[in-house]
Design a protein around this ligand. Structure first.
Ligand code: AN7
Length: 404
């Protein structure tokens, strides 16, 4: 079974409480499983379909619940041989979360989060978002048959994500401010009007996302890689992945734990700055800026969990420039055939930088998580890559363009 526990003061709360923070000290909450009660063997797991619900015993939903699912998870783990040579590393894998139903890892959080919303009797759900959270929540709310409200930083959402939120029928409101301000607003609104909040401050959502770790371990024949590299914005995903590895380790399903490595964009890197300064909390950045709009976040709410994950795993945090992000996006697309959005490419850009700095050893077995699909943000491609040429319809003009 499982309870809600404050990561700061340790107080525990009933799992039916509709709270997002510790009512006592305002600390972040996390879900804690009594793992000694969980019976889960490799043989049993391998009998089940490969998707998130393969790990149902480790998902905090009541047995009687109807799960709101679009068959999320079960994403590919590609061996990235062409990049091993390019970057100079022994064994590199890409866990491609863009292969989820709405094209990002957020679907893992939303299958659990929206299921929880129904369990708790919610009639409406809401979030603030840099894009992917809103696209995913809109789809899962539609599937659950409940209302969805999303607040977005106006003009700073990749067009594919905005289109998804509209397509699935969410009420979409642009806020003339950045994500951090929109998140503050939705948090206030949700409490006031009894809307269920599904940003990653919601501890249930992160439980779904920890399945990224379960799947990576599963796909590596029940072993952990030496290192997992994750793009970081609001700091939820890296915390969730670390939690997943720890649970598999405690259950004896893997023997070792990976080193967690978080990568932020240089213009939005409060976690990296806190990590490098050895601080135990972050300094919010009032004006985050990066081409990777998904991670254009200056005040990550889950920073305490991410800092803990870095500390416990002996991890690293690094930032990369927009140019490095685009270069990495190109490498993934052109050397591996994997199309990702800019934020996702931050993991490969960070790996490259840390290898060059000697922070990552070249004989490590590394998994980079690519968090969202390339089609989320076609505008970046049109503005940063070669444009198509247009010609008159003649064979001569065609040959001239191709052969000069
Ligand atoms: C592609 O959609 O915050 O560190 O509102 O879309 O858990 O925040 C998106 C985040 C990485 C960072 N990659 O994950 C949102 C939102 C992609 C993302 C992240 C996001 P967190």
């Amino acid at each position: 079974m499982f309870v809600l526990r404050c990561i700061e003061c340790g107080r525990e709360y009933d799992r039916r409480a509709m709270i997002y923070q510790c009512p006592g000290c305002s600390g972040l909450l996390e879900v804690v499983f009594q793992l000694e009660d969980v019976q889960l063997s490799r043989a049993e797991l391998e009998r089940r379909p490969f998707n998130l619900w393969r790990y149902r015993e480790l998902m905090p939903v009541e047995n009687s619940t109807r799960v709101v699912s679009l068959n999320e998870g079960g994403t590919p783990l590609y061996r990235a041989r062409a990049l091993e040579e390019e970057l100079g590393i022994k064994e590199l894998y890409v866990k491609n979360e863009g292969a989820n139903p709405t094209g990002s890892f957020k679907d893992r959080g939303m299958t659990v989060g929206v299921t929880k919303a129904l369990e708790l009797g919610a009639r409406a759900v809401g979030c603030a978002s840099t894009g992917n959270t809103s696209a995913s929540l809109a789809a899962y709310a539609a599937r659950a048959g409940i209302k969805c409200l999303v607040l977005l930083p106006a003009g700073k959402i990749a067009i594919g994500k905005l289109a998804q939120a509209l397509l699935h029928g969410a009420q979409v409101i642009g806020i003339k401010a950045n994500f951090d301000v929109a998140l503050k607003l939705i948090r206030e609104l949700c409490v006031k009007h009894n809307i269920y909040l599904l940003n990653s401050i919601n501890p249930w959502r992160l439980e779904g996302q920890k399945s990224e770790a379960f799947e990576i371990a599963d796909q590596l024949n029940f072993s952990a890689p030496d290192r997992v590299v994750v793009p970081v914005g609001n700091c939820g995903n890296i915390s969730a992945i670390w939690k997943g590895f720890r649970e598999f380790h405690e259950l004896g399903l893997i023997d070792t734990l990976p080193v967690m490595t978080g990568v932020q964009a240089e213009g939005a890197s409060p976690l990296v700055k806190a990590f490098k300064a050895g601080k135990s909390s972050i300094e919010p950045e009032p004006q985050p800026e990066t081409i990777a709009t998904a991670i254009r976040i200056g005040a990550p709410v889950n920073a305490p969990k991410a800092l803990r994950a870095l500390r416990e795993s002996n991890g690293v945090a690094e930032s990369v420039t927009d140019e490095e992000i685009i270069e990495a996006q190109k490498l993934l697309a052109r050397r591996l055939g994997i199309g990702v959005e800019p934020a996702s490419a931050a993991s490969i850009a960070g790996l490259r930088k840390l290898l060059e700095a000697g922070e990552i050893a070249r004989d490590e077995r590394v998994v980079c998580v690519t968090t969202g699909h390339a089609l989320k943000d076609p505008e970046v491609i049109f503005s940063r890559y070669e444009k198509p040429v247009e010609i008159e319809p003649s064979i001569e003009a065609l040959e001239k363009v191709i052969y000069g």
